[in-house]
Design a protein around this ligand. Sequence first.
Ligand SMILES: Cc1cc2nc3c(=O)[nH]c(=O)nc-3n(C[C@H](O)[C@H](O)[C@H](O)COP(=O)(O)OP(=O)(O)OC[C@H]3O[C@@H](n4cnc5c(N)ncnc54)[C@H](O)[C@@H]3O)c2cc1C
Length: 475
Amino acid sequence: MYKIFWFRKDLRLTDNHALSGFVNSIRDKDTYSFIYIVNISSLESCSEKRISFLLECLSELKYNLKSKGLKLHIITGKRLDVFKILSDKFGAMEVYANEQVEPYCINRDEKIKKLIKRNSGKLYSFSDSTLMEMNKIVKDDSLPYTVYTPFKNKFLKILSPLDYDECKVRLNKLNPDKQISLNIFPEFNLQKEYKKLSKSDFIKGGRNSAVRLLINFCKNGINNYHIKRDFPSEKGTSLLSAHLHFGTVNVRECIRAISKLKKSEGVEKWRNELIWREFYYSIAYNFSYIVNGCFKKEYDNFKWNYDLIGFKKWCEGKTGYPIVDAGMRQLKKEGWMHNRLRMITAMFLSKDLLIDWKLGERYFAENLIDFDFASNNGGWQWSASTGCDAQPYFRIFNPFLQSKKFDPEGVYIKKYVSELNNVPLKYIHNPSEMPDEVQKNCGVIIGKNYPLPIVNHTYACKIAVELFRNIRKIT
Ligand SMILES: Cc1cc2nc3c(=O)[nH]c(=O)nc-3n(C[C@H](O)[C@H](O)[C@H](O)COP(=O)(O)OP(=O)(O)OC[C@H]3O[C@@H](n4cnc5c(N)ncnc54)[C@H](O)[C@@H]3O)c2cc1C
């Protein structure tokens, strides 16, 4: 039998369920190949920084396989088309992959499964990217949870130490001579493509970098996580999100790493964030309509604003609200944004500007290196109050107060909104309050060197609450 291992969001050779299943399935007579499919058209909507990160992961993976005499074939094309070509060429074949539970991936994989089956082959899929298989954590009536806390409580009850167990992948069992070369596809020139792209100075792709971050965080960061995680000028979080997305580190490895540590508030808080990730995966899996609309369907009738000038100012970090602008500029510069800022900027777009959260969701998807459908959609719907277990619509963040509380010295603001560097601390959170004299002294003329606020927060809040209340009355 010809067998294929298909790497997807699991770009590592250790603790990988499908890879272990694949290696164990190989018999002496079998031939095999390792593939990764780059779908150029879906990459067009990603930032260069995200693609660079992916290529860094692939480059290291390719190298690690090569050191064992194995070859990773990086194939460009649409996944279904690639499997059509492979099926035509090899007939019956077995494909091993870890499942992707995003609704559009499920549909695509169904088509691929049927195509392979038509030629008497099989696609074997394994649960790997979450701690729990989808729908293992359900309510007593077998329905999915839509509220985080009971989900988490059930999760912690069910999670047994066995789930932490490392899944051993014995790649040295494979005979490299049994590999089939896939020269029916043109060679993807990874180095050449990589050179063309802009890179993030902030996070680097690849297994080595993921492991380093995890070890370093467990050693130096996790014990203060609960204290520092909300302060964007601190290095208070793990920065592992993109690695968790691309699978250069697995969430089981994270849980195993912290289970060796002494219990502490920081450890518990970080574990709970990993469970938020599981929760949003479960929501995306069970409520596929959230790809196109609100979790709470009544808000599909909400009359959002489509003010493209306001949207552009938000994207560019020119709203006149320093904390919002700093967050948006961090995203553009680094391809990553601190969680507190994701909440502040998302709420500002959906409540202060009343712009459709789906535009913001797409902008984040296009610019975040760690873009992950389930967490991004979950975060946006939480901020816009349209989601499950979301922020109540009347509890709108005040950007000035958020700024004072979480960036009291204006360190984060000054890092990304450098034109405010000389603004006195008293005015850093709301420079439009500076008297003319102070503006002149610090060289920042509001309306000229830095914009006036594009909206009045107090007034905008009143309108937002009224509109949300009306929708609830109608439905
Ligand atoms: C509007 C909005 C959009 C978001 N978009 C994404 C996204 O596209 N991809 C993404 O991975 N996260 C997203 N998040 C969640 C969160 O902001 C990031 O996971 C976190 O900032 C990543 O930094 P870190 O790895 O240092 O996190 P840490 O604080 O170290 O947390 C560890 C891990 O837990 C998970 N996690 C933490 N917070 C959350 C959360 N609120 N929801 C789900 N999982 C969480 C992540 O996998 C993270 O890497 C979004 C949040 C909001 C409010």
